[in-house]
Design a protein around this ligand. Sequence first.
Ligand SMILES: [Zn+2]
Length: 496
Amino acid sequence: MKVSHLASLLGALCAISPVLSQDSPTLTPDALEDLVNRDALLEHARQFLAFSELSNGTRAFGSKGHQATIQYVAKLLEATGYYDIEFEEFTYSYSEAKAQFFADGKEYLTRGLGYSPSGDVTGSVVVVNDLGCNPTDFPAAVKGKIALILRGTCNLGLKVAHAGGAGAIGAILYNNLDAEPISGTFGAPSRPEGPYVPSAYISGVNGKAFIASIAAGNEVIANIRVQSLIEDRVTANVIATTKEGDKDNVIVAGAHSDSVPAGPGLNDDGSGSMGILEVALNLANFHGLQNAVRFIWWSAEEFGLIGSEYHVEHLSDDARQKVALYLNFDMIASPNAGYFVFDGDGNATDIPGPPGSEVIERLYRAYFDSHNITAGSAVFGGSSDYQPFVDVGIPSGGLMTGASGIKTAEGALQWGGDAGVAYDVCYHLSCDVIENLNVDVWERNSKAIAHSIANYALSIEGIPRPVREPVRSLRVSKLSYEERLHLSCDHDDELI
Ligand SMILES: [Zn+2]
């Protein structure tokens, strides 16, 4: 379903009148927190999983599963009558590729590369000199054959464009590490250096074995099969702002509504999306907000913080000034979880958030202390949707429970779980399903979200409001497509 249909769906719902009356209870942090519970969270989880089944197990941005996700969120919020709801639409290039690779009849593990053209090519393998970053690295013999190229120094897409320019019919990239490659992309839909050719991406071990075989005088016949999809997709951030509260002081809380193409993303970031949804739905029971609260479900985070950056870039100077603070919740139910709070003061990671972020950090630490939980520190490393807010100087904070990072012995002592095992073994994989959610941790973190939202809806005393940095200070927009993807892939560059 196209996003434009969402507006008409909402149009029908707008007739519902607000349910809030003067009889509604007055907001307190404890009262809001008490309403948040695991049963409601798990009901959302069953829905999110069902949505992913509409598009072969994914909720990647713009897929049917993703469209259903954002409609579900908007519909539930609209029914409360408590929020003004907006779809902030934008278009971004989606790409995915599935590849198979055979050599001399044997199949090898490979990854498809984003923007690789589809095709089924068979030919003799020719080794490229150096790194394939210059046209002169390609011997004349690659014409009509398959080029074998080492990863490194320049973009994979540039190497493949040079191969196409030299007349190769396909390209095999091999990792500069022995390990199997995780993912990759050509970084741009096309390049002037030459046409892209169907490509596969293999491990360093296998790449070196082919080179040794060719050096020994053998001919290696390779077959590359690629099925790829490249398309512009229209998608939207869902923005829900309370009708009550001072709109000159807006508390913004965000989570990303999209998953990676590889899986349904129940933890990443279904957990944060459902956590803020449940807090938003329960907040609708109360009156007495001093400050407005705005919940935002970002789209296309997994392609490089696209939705959050679009949003901050398109805020007017005035609107940017009125955002009092930003709270981010990306992965809050990891199966082997740690409790991490963003390091606002920078004392653990040397990367403080903008002034005021230390106040937010303190609030979360005090909350966890009161539940006998010692929280670790998460770094503002650019790996999630807080970054555009940090870049323009908005005080920021948030929670996370870890992605591919490995839990230490100390972490296991503090929080339970297994030392030496990733916080989320299903990170960015098809097994990020309901069973992957740590429900105890999810409920605790969702209650922590409720606690923080209620506190800041009532008072932002102590949070400074310096003039915001201009939009040109946004860092992400200066990155290449490939660098953006790396950002969104590396959820825990550093947890302490
Ligand atoms: Zn995420």
